[in-house]
Design a protein around this ligand. Structure first.
Ligand code: SAH
Length: 271
């Protein structure tokens, strides 16, 4: 299959070294398409990284192993705060549907949105296998907010904010998607030396768990910054908890240490 080779100045793609030519070509085309419509709050290079890894999303030994391993911890955190069997939920940046599927398995009515078509296709195929009914759509949080404002008991946006250009805009869109009285859960990576050592050097360069370039330290977000974005969006921050993950033992859990991965619960007050 011929490989699409745009000029570097057009695209600046950074594909994982082990991506196949076919997926690389698809990603390059996709990146180009997104850059043509670059007015939206999406970084095409960031989304292309996930597009290139889409086929391996449900491989529990592959690049998404950490997400599979921490998923029960994230789900527990959410289930402690939201009555999932009776909740209407949207996951912003759902990717291949690891959390989405588990939210649906918990009895929630779930919509999953993302801007990468490959992971969404994988998520839809997985839903056919798991039998869980999820409405997957390719749309930004900002555009979904226009379609279904104040529609969801829970807005979940986990491991996404460190990939979007305008964090405040995504946080505001998540707030606007939540019903008054609803809950919003974010998870991201703190901008600390510890996070650089573990999430970038450790995961990408030493242990090769993630392709190099998956994360960009400068995009990591301090809890104080995410709290401010949340307050600016009219939300009340309820909790910030650290998440620990040991890639050797694959053990994951909640921790008081927020220096690397952390999860935040915010509440949208009634008017
Ligand atoms: N939330 C999922 C997947 C995290 S991977 C989970 O935790 O299991 C990050 C995802 O964010 C990718 O699927 C990527 O395509 C998506 N993403 C990145 N920027 C985005 C944007 N601006 N809008 C929507 N999704 C985005």
């Amino acid at each position: 299959m011929p490989v699409f080779r745009p000029q570097a100045s057009d695209l600046r793609p950074r594909f994982p070294a082990n991506s196949t030519p076919c997926l690389t070509a698809l990603s390059a085309t996709f990146t180009y398409t997104l850059q043509m419509t670059n007015q939206i709050n999406v970084d095409p290079e960031e989304v292309a990284k996930f597009e290139a890894m889409a086929s391996r999303w449900w491989d529990t030994e592959g690049e998404f192993k950490p997400l599979h391993d921490i998923n029960p911890v994230r789900l527990d955190y959410i289930a402690q705060r939201v009555d999932l069997p009776n909740a209407t939920v949207i996951e912003v940046g759902c990717g291949g549907g690891i959390l989405t599927d588990s939210l649906a398995a918990s009895g929630a009515t779930v919509t999953g949105i993302d801007m990468a078509p490959g992971p969404l296709t994988v998520a839809k195929l997985h839903a056919l296998e798991s039998g869980h009914n999820v409405d997957y759509q390719q749309i930004t949080a900002e555009d979904q907010r226009e379609k279904t404002p104040e529609a969801f008991d829970l807005v979940a946006c986990l491991e996404v904010l460190e990939h979007v250009p305008d964090v405040g805009s995504t946080v505001q869109a998540c707030a606007d998607l939540a019903k008054p009285g609803g809950e919003i859960v974010f998870a991201t990576i703190n901008r600390t030396a510890a996070a650089y050592a573990l999430a970038i050097l450790g995961a990408e360069y030493i242990m090769n768990i993630l392709p190099r370039g998956t994360h960009d330290w400068e995009r990591f977000i301090k809890p104080s910054e995410l709290s401010k974005h949340s307050r600016d969006a009219g939300l009340d921050v309820q909790d910030i908890t650290g998440m620990r993950y040991n890639p050797f033992t694959r053990a994951a859990g909640q921790t008081g240490n927020v220096s690397v991965n952390y999860i935040m619960h915010a509440h949208k007050p009634l008017p």
